[in-house]
Unconditional design. Structure first.
Length: 243
């Protein structure tokens, strides 16, 4: 019943044979991805950058593989806590992640999660709406997915299906916004209230256009509830065109 999982390879290397650590990592990441739980891959990702300004090729490949496996986050520890090049370590890890995402098969990830979810036979209205939203975003090559949520649950459902477009999650709760930063592809937007859905969505799309996320003519997929201010009632999906 955990809210998320951290794959701490250092601890794993003590508890299981070292040759099985990579297999355990892939298994845990896949299980988390299928059920929509955030998963963080950590420990010795860019270890040599504690002393050196550049990582080894093996470390760069390690970060890339963690992203391609489906990690929501990759984490630095000693590299930034006590290393000589903390800023460079963050910049290089970010660049590796961006490069890895360009090779990520978003459609395959969607199909795998969809098959797994349907096989369980437990599909809620929110699950069906979010899956349809991601399918529409992929088919239309939408530039943005906008989610209105009080608890963050709808946003996590969307992130589980791995849309290629970024996810702007609108919430009135700062704690929810902070928690959603762990989930892959989500960019929280904190607002004063979710009452007045159309106005909130319009301002969010305008913000995305201002920041260069979308441009005129792009499609935007929106999911929300028909009852403003209520949580757990995501039952609406619509497609907008950026003006």
């Amino acid at each position: 019943r955990s809210d998320g999982i951290m794959v701490a390879r250092g601890d794993l290397g003590v508890e299981i044979p070292i040759e099985k650590v990579a297999l355990a990592q892939k298994m845990m990441i896949n299980k988390c991805h299928m059920v929509g739980k955030p998963v963080i891959t950590a420990t010795q990702m860019l270890e040599t950058m504690i002393q050196n300004p550049r990582p080894t090729r093996a470390e760069a490949s390690d970060v890339t593989n963690a992203m391609l496996d489906g990690s929501d986050c990759v984490m630095l520890s000693g590299e930034t806590a006590k290393g000589k090049y903390p800023v460079e370590a963050v910049r290089i890890m970010s660049n590796i992640c961006v490069s890895a995402e360009m090779a990520y098969d978003f459609r395959l990830a969607f199909e795998q999660v969809r098959r797994f979810t349907n096989a369980t036979g437990d599909v809620s209205v929110a699950e069906a709406i979010t899956a349809s939203a991601v399918l529409s975003a992929n088919d239309l090559r939408a530039g943005l997915v906008v989610i209105l949520t009080e608890t963050g649950n709808t946003a996590r459902l969307v992130a589980k299906y791995r849309p290629q477009a970024p996810i702007f999650c609108i919430t009135s709760r700062k704690q929810v916004a902070r928690q959603l930063l762990v989930s892959r592809g989500i960019f929280p937007v904190v607002v004063g209230t979710l009452v007045g859905v159309d106005n909130v969505i319009a301002r969010t799309v305008a913000l995305a256009k201002q920041r260069g996320v979308v441009k005129s003519g792009d499609f935007v997929i929106v999911t929300s509830g028909t009852k403003s201010g209520s949580s757990g009632l995501s039952n609406l999906m619509k497609v907008l065109t950026v003006e």
